[in-house]
Design a protein around this ligand. Sequence first.
Ligand code: HEC
Length: 729
Amino acid sequence: MTRRAAMFARMHGLLQVTASLCLTTSTLAWAEQPAAQVDVAASDWPYYRGNTAGTAYSTLDEINRDNAKSLRLAWSFDTAEASGSAWNTEASDMECNPLAIGGKVYVVSPKGRLLKLDGATGRLIWSFDPADGQPIASLHRLRGIARWTNGKEERLFLTFERGLFAIDASTGRTILGFGEHGRVDLAQGLDRDPRSLSVSVVSPGVVFQDLIILGSTGNLPGHIRAFDVHTGTMRWIFHTIPYPGEEGYETWPKEAYRTLMGANNWAGMTLDAVRGVIYIPLASGGMAQRDFYGADRLGDNLFANSLVALDASTGKKIWAYQFVRHDLWDRDLPAPPTLIAIRRQGTDIEALAQITKSGEVLLLDRQTGIPLFPVHEEVALPSDVPGEVAAPTQLRTLQPRPFARQWLTEDTLTQRTPEAHTAVLNTFRMLRSRGPFDPPSLQGTVILPGLDGGGEWGGAAFDPTTRLLYINANEMPWILRLKPRTAMDDKIGPGQAVYLAFCAGCHGQQRLGQPPVVPSLVEVGKRFTESQINHIIETGNGRMPAFGTLSEPARSAVAHFIATGIDSLPDATIDQAAVQSAGAGAPYIFEGYQKFLDPEGYPAISPPWGTLSALNVDTGQYLWRVPLGEYPELAAEGYKDTGSENYGGPIVTAGGVLFIAATVYDRKFRAFDKNTGHLLWEYVLPEAGHATPATYLARGRQFVVIAAGGGKDPKRASGSKILAFSLTR
Ligand code: HEC
């Protein structure tokens, strides 16, 4: 057995002992202590993930480990904006972590409307539509909002497409003095042509004093910006792709600061409100297929893949820790870090925990960014794709051990049926699988955990009383394969030429897309007019980049081509310069987002396929781990407790309960005993809850609320409901 295989065996061992695990005396001797600097009224959930420290912890205890089994649906509210299913690629979803303030709940609908509901009844109080009644062509995934108050006035900050809106919490109207009529255009002020950017902000910003600090999603340079909460004026900017003279500039090609996209913060941020320090996890320095072929960004690419600590008032860097050098695996930091304290020899060290897509959890000193447990610099595998230069060394965390398996081997392939095993074994033998940091290849490289983690955007929860960090994870292998770009055939027309140069890398040569990540364009002419398609191409949306720099004739040609399949606008001139500047000329392109599945669509790896772990941050040891989720049809055949992919985070309460939904296929909302991982309660949601729950008091009762929008199971339609649960009385 290899060293890695031994590690897997230990991890499985850990799973098997879960049910019978006894608490050691040391873990029972908790000193009840207040959550570090959590300035939160116990009854509220006034920040994304509960508080600025990112702990997703509530001191509420009406619902507790003894009575959680009597939880009942108290109310549900249908935003009535569900559309599609993952099959027809227009699936909406809801990733919103609601805020709860003074018994009122704020949620974002699938189309980006902000709703204020009565927390006790679910009655609608007001709704704000950032699109102002205009039809919305594409769907939005917004994880929540931010809130500012001076005790008298209360403002909510909603991001929608390229706008940041300030809304009066009492009326639901925009605050006209903010930006232009209540809106700041986020495509401005980035030193790039705004028409060439696609900008949106998925995770809410963080409010510090009179600033709202924002990251971004989309095809843009990922600089961090702070805006004045009163006027919308930009107060500072931190260049995540450094400019000449700035630290880290030498880790990129010279022109990167003017040309490259990425190094953005899409995952949200965490604030140390006492110190005035903001901790910002950043994504990789590539975008879309450039995530996997980095020949145009040789170097370590600081501050991509880094956790950066900035002075929240000035944007000045305090420290940075880079998790992946010259990322070729799309290993964006996926979640805001969690502020914790680690107890050593009776003293508390102020620390933070950062989870990663690769299944690691790093515990760093909050003041210095230095790891508090051993980290090792390892020689990394070289790339054999021409033009690529992988980083010679990478950092690996030795402790805590990873919370997900790191290396797909023959003995960890699925044994679900003999046929499934044989099929995946045959594929596996044609692929490379050499462990962490195995670069993408023309042959195909297995990446485990896959491109959706490991750890994901739901983030970890931390309970200051148990000193446990709770992490949900996926264990799905994916295949990374590059292919040489094919020379454009002289005979094809201009529409198809533009399509192959700019669109095929994501939507596929045959326009089939890669559902559910990238929509198929096969019948796009039935959904949109040519001018609507032209508009989508010009402005982009979400992960669809903007092509505002393409000439109008080139946009019309490709819109006509994909809407009709006919390539008959012969006079369109295609800007070769635009083709080059968008990097469309890269010699190698990513073949597409591909999970490694067996012939029936189940993971090619043996279970667990999704887990929930509890880590003691003082010792760096896991206390318990349970599989999270199931495939109902497999469970019915007796293939149970497999775990499954899950998206959305946990929350934990003083009542001893950990709440999590997240699981894709069984659509369950679950309550676990936070000390043992024993299941206390479960409820089948109308559609899966790919969101983080919230808990609050309204009219003296404790509620727990979850957005249940589904949208990831290809066999089901999307949903659009918010559901709240309380104890029966
Ligand atoms: C980087 C990958 C990528 C590239 C390159 C790309 N797209 Fe897209 N496209 C997407 C994604 C992802 C979406 C879904 C956007 C969303 O809703 O989040 C999308 C959506 C669309 C839609 C809307 C489809 C629908 O059903 O909602 C159209 C039309 C479209 N793209 C056309 C194009 C054209 C034409 C090009 C080339 C000029 C192009 N795309 C290039 C990723 C890409």
